[in-house]
Design a protein around this ligand. Structure first.
Ligand SMILES: Nc1nc2c(c(=O)[nH]1)N[C@H]1C(S)=C(S)[C@@H](COP(=O)(O)OP(=O)(O)OC[C@H]3O[C@@H](n4cnc5c(=O)[nH]c(N)nc54)[C@H](O)[C@@H]3O)O[C@H]1N2
Ligand SMILES: Nc1nc2c(c(=O)[nH]1)N[C@H]1C(S)=C(S)[C@@H](COP(=O)(O)OP(=O)(O)OC[C@H]3O[C@@H](n4cnc5c(=O)[nH]c(N)nc54)[C@H](O)[C@@H]3O)O[C@H]1N2
Ligand code: SF4
Ligand SMILES: [Mo]
Length: 738
């Protein structure tokens, strides 16, 4: 028996695990008790149902083993098994022809949650001038871009039990980031006050000292009112504000009209509670602030984040022990961001990025503007560069269908399942049917892969090395060992994503930019600064945590144009956006004062995380499906009764875009005019071919949600995950023919 040390990539917890192997055989996964912070991580790893199901996943009969080439129509589920050499040769040939005819911009690729070496996808796309799209536009990308624009780095809520006195959580629930959430719970156990902002009484909201049950989409109003209280009652950190904030006086004037009484009418949260939240948060120092995807998604994402990042600034909680820590870049090796080679792409190619004319913040315009200053101060690319130079995904899917502003002819779905996770599923479906070349690389045949011409079997995190500097957070480097071979003759032949991107790159003339023949060789190059190879690093230490230093800004300033935290943002002003955030009512949700729409009286929110699933994954595993067999929609019991629905009944949820069914879960602590549907649901046990596509249309909440320009954030182009809906009892035989 051998024990290999790897970083688990089945979710964002990224636990370090001890992989027990016997020869080429996986035996089990255990928590890595020797890793720093094992006391925080190991109990999470140990309890994790996905860890327990590791063998079931790894040896699942449906895992992809060899490249597949489509033999029938797209969606027929008829395939021929081919070799990697044939697959790469044929895909490379089609790709070169398309690039010759339409230019590199005709290539687009959908990324997912970044649990693979995505920097090399970016390298390929940057060099060819293709369009990168993905959830980053609504997940973390806005948080990174806004914090980098305002503060010059992304602050991380580094709660310390006994030291941290307050924790403000906006739209985050207990399932999403287990170790971080556990650190908050520990701090609360040692006396920190917990404030939770959410439309649902989650488990964390239930144990909060203060729960602000906000109407979906109105967080900006709430935050502006909290800022109002902090400035009018002089609860801010005067010294920090004077020395280190730009535009505080303008902010004071700006928030004057946003009183708690005004916000109460908009958000549904009583004015007294808003005042209390402001007081607790601003007076209990050090405090941490954390916001989740509820804020990154949606029509007002960016301006809401602007207000959210003002809070730790004006209360003096930035970069102090027990507060929102600014680690800065990891200094001793090349960062993932540097591997992307963003500096090579010429301006004329950048200008062709789809959506860049409309949505500046996350496209090259915003990226370059922000990076310039971040690099000046830190000497390295900032957190915002982690694949945040994105094209606008809804516009790219539209370009695949109507060829405007130019045709997108080649599409690579690698490490993403957009038919489940992207809104307006019909549009994605039409796009995937229309494109000339669609290649999918995954572990299983997903509904998205069903619409590909070639499906390539990806090596999982257990079958490849990995080097990680923590998305945008940085300050550390962790290596993950390849525990098992990716190829066993006669059994399977999988490759890692690096191999694929390098091959594609070489086939469109990028050979000189891909000196490393393998992922491990690429990591050797990254580690040159440390004077070790990847293998040596793995054997000697396998991680490097930079010593925490606080308040570096006192020497070098914040990495913004004014070298201060920009409450009034000169970066936003330069890009033509409002430099201070202004509240507008959400277009496809309603605030507390609005009259309900007669046809769609309820607000549908979606995607609150739950165990044991991670987005659309793991539905194939019987042990996990037993824990959670069906898609669930949460409905307040009063509301359910009004519509004649009981707990456990199938419910039809209908919006302007379509109709799906999920099972009713009665939820006392949910606002009565809000329903919450799970996302990511398909049924691998159903027929995978058209028209079912694994039950794609049955319970997939993204069938219901639009993403046209009307509902997208005007700065980032981010799309919402909420809309207006109606519900009724469903006739399952009719609705679920499977
Ligand atoms: N088990 C599991 N864990 C995951 C994932 C998974 O799929 N499964 N996905 C991972 C990924 S990629 C991400 S991005 C994170 C996301 O994790 P989080 O950022 O925590 O996001 P959610 O769980 O989607 O939503 C958090 C809370 O926001 C609330 N909410 C909805 N609308 C609003 C609103 O308008 N305002 C406010 N204040 N709250 C609102 C929801 O009720 C929910 O409880 O989770 C990660 N962790
Ligand atoms: N309605 C609604 N929709 C949402 C959300 C929501 O809250 N509500 N959340 C959104 C958010 S925040 C996110 S991040 C997205 C995520 O949505 P996706 O873009 O789909 O991202 P992932 O779930 O990471 O992609 C998963 C696919 O990649 C495969 N995969 C995993 N690791 C690898 C790898 O190393 N290599 C390869 N080649 N394949 C791999 C998996 O098997 C799976 O099929 O969903 C978004 N969609
Ligand atoms: S799936 Fe489980 S073991 Fe793996 S990182 Fe997430 S919590 Fe940790
Ligand atoms: Mo995400």
């Amino acid at each position: 028996m051998q024990i290999k040390k790897a970083v688990c990539m089945w979710c964002h917890a990224h636990c370090r695990v001890a992989v027990h192997v016997e020869g080429d055989h996986l035996v089990k996964l255990e928590p890595d008790e020797d890793f720093p912070s094992a006391d925080l991580y190991a109990p999470i790893t140990r309890a994790c149902p996905r860890r327990k199901a590791a063998k079931e996943w790894f040896y699942h009969p449906d895992r992809l083993n060899y490249p597949l080439k489509r033999t029938g129509k797209r969606g027929d589920n008829s395939w021929e098994k081919i070799s990697w050499e044939q697959a790469l040769e044929e895909i490379g040939r089609s790709l070169s022809e398309l690039v010759d005819k339409f230019g590199g911009k005709t290539i687009a690729s959908a990324r997912g949650t970044g649990r693979t070496c995505d920097e090399y996808r970016s390298r390929f796309l940057n060099l060819v001038g293709g369009n990168l799209i993905g959830a980053t536009t609504i997940c973390y990308g806005p948080t990174l871009a806004v914090s980098n624009a305002m503060i010059g780095w992304m602050p991380w809520p580094f709660a310390r039990p006994g030291l941290t006195k307050a924790i403000l959580l906006i739209g985050v629930n207990e399932h999403s980031y287990p170790p971080t959430i556990r650190s908050f719970e520990r701090a609360q156990g040692k006396g920190a006050k917990l404030i939770v902002v959410d439309p649902r009484r989650t488990r964390l909201a239930g144990k909060a000292d203060l729960f602000l049950q906000v109407q979906p989409g109105t967080d900006l109003a709430l935050l502006l009112a909290i800022l109002h209280v902090i400035v009018t009652e002089r609860l801010y950190d005067e010294e920090f504000v004077t020395k280190w904030c730009y535009g505080f006086d303008l902010l004071v004037d700006h928030v004057k009209p946003y009183t708690p009484e005004w916000a109460a009418a908009v958000t549904g949260v009583e004015a007294a509670k808003i005042r209390e939240a402001a007081k607790i948060y601003a007076t209990a120092k050090p405090a941490v602030t954390f916001s989740g995807e509820a804020i990154d998604h949606g029509s007002a994402a960016v301006q809401t984040l602007r207000a959210r990042f003002m809070l730790p600034a004006i209360t003096g909680n930035l970069d102090i022990p027990g507060g929102d820590y600014i680690p800065g870049p990891y200094k001793n090796a090349r960062l993932e961001q540097e591997e992307e080679r963003a500096e090579i792409i010429p301006p004329e190619k950048k200008a062709m990025q789809i959506g860049a004319d409309k949505y500046k913040l996350l496209s090259w315009t915003g990226y370059d503007t922000i990076q310039e200053t971040v690099k000046e101060v830190w000497g390295k690319a900032g957190a915002a560069s982690v694949d945040s130079n994105l094209a606008h995904a809804p516009s790219v899917y539209r370009a695949m269908v109507d060829e405007k502003p130019y045709p997108i002819k080649a599409f690579f779905t690698v490490s993403s399942n957009p038919l489940l996770t992207m809104t307006n599923v019909k549009l994605v479906y039409q796009a995937l049917k229309k494109v000339d070349l669609h290649v999918a690389m995954d572990f299983f045949l997903t509904p998205t892969a069903m619409l590909a011409d070639y499906v390539l079997p990806a090596a999982s995190w257990l079958e490849r090395p990995y080097l990680w500097n923590g998305y945008g957070i940085s300050g550390f480097l962790v290596a993950s060992e390849q525990a098992l071979p990716s190829s066993i003759p006669g059994s399977y032949d999988r490759r890692n994503d690096y191999d694929f991107w390098r091959e594609m790159g070489i086939r469109v003339g990028q050979a000189k930019y891909w000196p490393a023949e393998s992922l491990e060789d690429a990591y050797d190059l990254r580690l040159k600064g440390l004077g070790v190879t990847f293998k040596q690093f793995m054997q000697e230490k396998s991680f490097d945590f930079q010593k925490a230093t606080y308040q570096d800004y006192k020497q070098m300033g914040f990495a913004t144009p004014t070298r201060k935290v920009e409450l009034y943002s000169t970066v936003f002003e330069k890009m033509g956006f409002a430099p201070l955030p202004v509240y507008h009512e959400p277009p496809e949700s309603h605030d507390a004062k609005a009259e309900p729409d007669i046809n769609f009286p309820l607000v549908l929110i979606s995607g609150g995380r739950f165990m044991p699933f991670y987005h659309s994954e793991h539905r194939q595993l019987p042990s996990l499906r037993k824990l959670h067999p069906d898609p669930l929609v949460e409905i307040n019991p009063e509301t359910a009764e009004k519509y004649g629905i009981k707990g456990g009944d199938w419910v039809a949820i209908e919006t302007k875009l379509g109709r799906i069914v999920q099972k009713c879960s009665l939820k006392e602590g949910l606002l009565p005019d809000v329903v919450h549907a799970q996302h990511g649901w398909w049924f691998p046990e159903y027929d995978l071919k058209e028209p079912s596509l694994g039950g794609l249309w049955q319970s997939n909440v993204n069938v219901l949600i639009d993403n046209d320009d009307r509902v997208c954030d005007p700065l980032s182009g981010g799309w919402p995950r909420s809309t207006l809906c109606r519900i009724e009892p469903a006739n399952v035989e009719r609705e679920c023919p499977e």
